[in-house]
Design a protein around this ligand. Structure first.
Ligand SMILES: Cc1cc2nc3c(=O)[nH]c(=O)nc-3n(C[C@H](O)[C@H](O)[C@H](O)COP(=O)(O)OP(=O)(O)OC[C@H]3O[C@@H](n4cnc5c(N)ncnc54)[C@H](O)[C@@H]3O)c2cc1C
Length: 385
C-alpha cells in the first residue's frame, strides 16, 4: 500500500493526515513541535491563561495515523524516497505532502536577537511571553496588524503597559480602510494601549525600543509581529518562489510531492489564513486517494480576535474606483464600510459591531438594488426587498 508522509503537523498537515486516513490511505504525520497538533489560531486563549491542552487537535493516533512529534525533517532524498530527520534518521515514503507552514519573521534590527525579543507563532512563544509579562511591565509590540493587536491586547490584559509601533499610517491596513482603523484605534486606546505610527524602528536595547528619530520607548518585553515567511527549505530542487509552487491539484513540480497550507504558492498566492490551508488539505487528500479535485481558493474574511471588540473584514477594501457606502456612529464606536463595483458588493468592513458579517458574506458578489437598505443590514434589506 502506498505510504503517504505528511511533513508538518500544523492545522493543514493534521487535517490532511486525517482526511487521508478517512479515505483509507496509509499515512504518517511528522512535525517539528512537541505534543499533539494544536490550533494555532486560538493561541490568544493560552496567552490569556488557558491551558495549552485546550488547543489540542484530535489525537492522530486515535484515527489510525502514525504520528511522530518532535521530528524535524531536514531534507528529502527524492531518489531514494526518504525524508531525512534532524537526528540522522530516515522515513520512507511513496508520496509526500509538505505542510511546513510559515515562521514569524524576526526583523533584522540591531538587538532583535535578545532574550526579551519574542515572536508570536507557537505555544513556546506564548509560554515565553507569559513568563515575562507582569503588571506594569512596559511592553512594545512591533506591528499593528491582526496578530500584533491580538498580542498587544493579550499583554495589556496581563497588566503590561503596552505600546504598539506600526510602520504604516493606520492599523490593520491590509484589512481595514483608514476610517475603520481610526475607530478601532479609539477602542484600543480606551483600553489603555498606546500607538506610535507611522513608526520607523531603529534598534532594540535591553530596556527600550529606539526609533529612527531618536525616541526611546521603554520595553522589558518586545514582541515582533511583522509578518511571516513560508518554510520552503524542503522545496529544494522544486520550483519555489515565495512558497513551493503547486498546480491546481496541489502538486509541486515533482508530482509525488504535494504542498499545502502556508508553505504552498498557488497561482502566485501564498495563503496566510487557516481557511484556505484546511481547504488545501482536503483537496490534497482527495487527489492522493485518486479522486482528482482542483483547488479553488475560498473567499477570505478576517476577524480580529480581541474579546468584546468585534472587527471583521471581507473581500476588497476601499479598492480604487469602487463606490463606497459608509455608516458611522461615533457615540457607539461603530463603523461600517461597504464597497460596490458596477453595483455589485465587492468588500465590507465592520468595526464595533460585526453581527451582520454573515449577511454581508452572503451578499458578496451580488448586485445591490437598494444601497440604503444594504447599509443598514439584514432587517432593513428584507423590509425593502
Ligand atoms: C496567534 C495567531 C493567531 C492567528 N489567528 C488566525 C485567525 O484568526 N484566522 C486565520 O485564518 N488564521 C489565523 N492565524 C494563521 C493560522 O494559524 C495559519 O494560517 C495556519 O496555522 C496555517 O497552517 P499551516 O498548517 O499551513 O502552517 P503552520 O500552522 O505554520 O504549521 C506548520 C507546522 O509544520 C512544522 N514544520 C515546519 N518545518 C518542518 C520540518 N522541516 N519538519 C517537520 N515539521 C516542520 C512547524 O513546526 C509547524 O508546526 C493565526 C496565527 C497565529 C500565530
Amino acid at each position: 500500500m502506498t505510504q503517504i508522509l505528511v511533513i508538518g503537523a500544523g492545522p493543514a498537515g493534521a487535517r490532511c493526515a486525517q482526511a487521508c486516513a478517512e479515505r483509507g490511505l496509509r499515512v504518517k504525520l511528522v512535525g517539528a513541535e512537541p505534543g499533539l497538533p494544536y490550533d494555532r489560531v486560538a493561541l490568544g486563549k493560552v496567552l490569556g491563561g488557558a491551558a495549552p491542552s485546550v488547543l489540542a487537535l484530535p489525537d492522530p493516533a486515535a484515527r489510525g495515523i502514525r504520528y511522530q512529534p518532535d521530528t524535524r525533517i531536514t531534507r528529502l532524498d527524492r531518489a531514494a524516497r526518504h525524508a531525512i530527520t534532524a537526528d540522522g534518521g530516515s522515513l520512507a515514503y511513496d508520496r509526500v505532502v509538505l505542510a511546513t507552514g510559515s515562521h514569524a519573521w524576526r526583523l533584522p534590527l540591531p538587538g532583535a536577537d535578545q532574550p526579551h525579543v519574542l515572536l508570536y507563532r507557537t505555544l513556546a512563544d506564548v509560554a515565553a511571553m507569559r513568563a515575562l509579562a507582569r503588571a506594569s511591565v512596559p511592553a512594545v509590540v512591533i506591528g499593528g496588524g491582526l496578530l500584533g493587536l491580538e498580542a498587544a491586547a493579550g499583554l495589556a490584559a496581563l497588566g503590561c503597559a503596552v505600546t504598539v509601533l506600526h510602520a504604516m499610517p493606520w492599523l490593520m491596513e491590509r484589512q481595514l480602510n483608514a476610517e475603520a482603523a481610526a475607530t478601532l484605534r479609539r477602542h484600543l486606546e480606551a483600553r489603555g494601549l498606546r500607538f506610535v505610527m507611522p513608526a520607523a524602528t531603529a534598534a532594540i536595547e535591553p530596556d527600550a525600543v529606539v526609533l529612527k528619530d531618536g525616541t526611546r520607548i521603554l520595553a522589558d518585553i518586545v514582541v515582533l509581529a511583522v509578518g511571516v515567511r513560508p518554510n520552503v527549505a524542503l522545496g529544494d530542487g522544486l520550483a519555489v518562489k515565495r512558497g513551493i509552487i503547486v498546480d491546481d491539484y496541489l502538486r509541486s513540480t515533482d508530482p509525488d510531492i504535494l504542498a499545502i497550507g502556508e508553505c504552498a504558492e498557488h497561482h502566485g498566492q501564498v495563503c496566510g489564513l487557516v481557511t484556505p490551508a484546511l481547504a488545501m488539505a482536503d483537496v490534497a487528500a482527495a487527489n492522493l486517494a485518486g479522486v482528482p479535485i482542483r483547488y479553488v481558493p475560498p473567499t477570505l474574511s478576517a476577524t480580529l480576535k480581541i474579546a468584546g471588540l468585534p472587527v471583521w473584514s471581507l473581500g476588497e477594501i476601499a479598492p480604487e474606483g469602487a463606490e463606497p457606502i459608509t455608516v458611522e456612529d461615533a457615540d457607539y464606536g461603530e463603523y461600517r464600510g461597504l464597497w460596490l463595483r458596477d453595483g455589485v458588493l465587492v468588500g465590507a468592513v465592520l468595526c464595533g459591531d460585526a453581527a451582520d458579517s454573515g449577511f454581508y458574506q452572503g451578499m458578496l458578489g451580488r448586485p445591490i438594488g437598494d444601497r440604503a437598505a444594504l447599509a443598514l443590514g439584514p432587517a432593513w434589506h428584507k423590509a425593502a426587498a
